[in-house]
Write a protein that binds this ligand. Structure first.
Ligand SMILES: [Zn+2]
Length: 117
């Protein structure tokens, strides 16, 4: 089977294969020479499923314990404060126990970062 060097973008234009640098996690990680496609019409880089899994492989090489958690939680009331329950899967992964300390950084109105101290 011939390897496809061109990809049709959602806009209908032909996307060209190229190597690109991928910035991940707000620029914390820079992956160089990643295979991707570029649409000259949309000026967007497109990654196919195969290209994405190779990115995932590279990430595993850099971060052997790389695991992404993304869970939706309901904010609850606890006395005068609002509280977000951390389920067992998170606390076990982070080795977080009752009485443990965390540092909360408010990045903006939509994002806060919790670091285990
Ligand atoms: Zn396009």
């Amino acid at each position: 089977m011939k390897k496809m060097e061109k990809l049709k973008c959602v806009c209908g234009a032909k996307a060209e294969k190229l190597k690109t640098d991928l910035e991940l996690f707000d620029g914390t990680i820079l992956l160089k020479d990643v295979d991707a496609y570029y649409c000259p019409e949309c000026k967007e880089e497109i990654l196919t499923t195969d290209q994405l899994s190779s990115v995932r492989e590279k990430l595993r090489g850099i971060l052997p314990n790389f695991e992404a958690f993304s869970l939706r939680k309901k904010v609850t009331q606890l006395g005068n404060s609002l509280s977000i329950p951390l389920s067992k899967e998170i606390t076990e992964f982070m080795h977080l126990q009752k009485g443990g300390e965390v540092k909360i950084t408010v990045k903006n109105r939509q994002r806060l970062i919790i670091d285990v101290c």
